[in-house]
Write a new protein. Structure first.
Length: 360
């Protein structure tokens, strides 16, 4: 990485330095093509450093540029205010994967960043643009990263799409959230995002498990969460397990080839609630009633933002989200069983209210 000092230099002065650096790189690469074809990664950063130092002579940046090793963003810093991120590709295109949306390795105090991109493919070419002007999308490797297109048209950046400025996002406590909301609104039924949220890479974040490899405690936990987050599981729709299956695989990285059996295996059963004897209940409802305290405790201990994300709603208060869960649960259960004189809705409400009070 390169560092330079003196914040009082205008943007135009720095852009002139970048233009001269880019032109010099282009001219030199034409004369020394074979050498430049071997310059990728750190080697290209070294070359940019040498050229930038030469071009900074008789400018406000002369003698201020320093090369620093380490995984930092951006690769070049000038005046402890400006930055240059150096990217390259060996393919004949102007697109590549950029840096993390989180920018957790961003050098402190750097306010204005440019992208200097080398297409190390004969004929070699270089381009330089403001960083945010060439970011057209967000893609996921182990965490959300920007996608770069050096030929991106004005007004077509990912920031134009979500109607937020780059600086607003990078300075927010959760830079990933606006992108999650944008892409979630574009999802079709049966689709879900794969994100690691506002986290850096974790060693186990790309490890998937088969359901049968879980121990009993883990299986019970996820079955309870299924009822807590997806009350439609109690219903009759053919698609009633789809959202739980998707959540289990995408968010928990657990593959379960027989989700239906987790809730319905074992036929029907009998149970008594408040002196009301209920006969021949579907097994999914028996499990729900027997585990109601665990289910509602999981539900009320889950924050509203997470529930809104799962349900794709925008509910503001705890009371409202409790009411929505009760509505979903009663609607689904009524599809598969007639509770007769038992006020099942009142029973559910009491369970939710008691759990909510205990959780406060």
């Amino acid at each position: 990485m390169l560092i330079s000092v003196n914040k009082e230099v205008a943007n135009s002065d720095f852009e002139q330095l970048l233009n001269l650096t880019t032109d010099t790189l282009q001219e030199t690469s034409t004369k020394e093509t074979n050498r430049y074809l071997k310059l990728l990664g750190n080697k290209l950063e070294d070359e940019v450093y040498d050229v930038m130092c030469s071009c900074s002579v008789n400018t406000p940046f002369e003698g201020t540029i320093e090369l620093i090793s380490g995984q930092k963003f951006p690769d070049i810093i000038a005046n402890n205010f400006y930055g240059v991120e150096v990217k390259s590709t060996k393919q004949n295109l102007w697109k590549t994967t950029g840096n993390s949306v989180l920018e957790s390795t961003r050098v402190e105090d750097i306010q204005r960043i440019y992208m200097l991109f080398g297409k190390i493919f004969d004929p070699i070419e270089f381009k330089c643009r403001p960083y945010e002007d060439c970011l057209y999308d967000v893609i996921v490797t182990h965490s959300p990263r920007y996608a770069i297109d050096m030929n991106l048209s004005i007004g077509k950046t990912i920031f134009d799409k979500i109607d937020l400025e780059y600086d607003t996002i990078r300075q927010s406590p959760n830079p990933i959230k606006p992108f999650k909301e944008y892409y979630r609104n574009k999802l079709s039924e049966g689709q879900e995002l794969w994100w690691l949220d506002n986290e850096e890479y974790k060693p186990d974040s790309i490890i998937f498990k088969i359901w049968n490899s879980l121990n009993k405690k883990e299986k019970d936990k996820f079955t309870i969460l299924g009822y807590a987050y997806f009350p439609e599981i109690l219903g009759k729709q053919q698609t009633k397990f789809d959202k739980f299956t998707l959540w289990l695989s995408v968010k928990q990285r657990i593959i379960c080839p027989n989700v239906r059996d987790l809730f319905t295996a074992g036929g029907r059963g009998n149970i008594t609630i408040e002196n009301s004897k209920l006969s021949a209940l579907p097994k999914a409802l028996v499990k729900f009633i027997n585990n109601i305290d665990l289910i509602v405790n999981e539900f009320v201990s889950t924050d509203i933002e997470k529930l809104n994300e799962i349900w794709r709603t925008d509910i503001k208060t705890r009371n409202e989200i409790n009411e929505e869960w009760i509505r979903k649960t009663i609607k689904a259960s009524a599809m598969i069983y007639n509770f007769g004189t038992l006020n099942f809705e009142k029973w559910i409400e009491d369970k939710i209210n008691n759990a909510t009070k205990a959780h406060k």
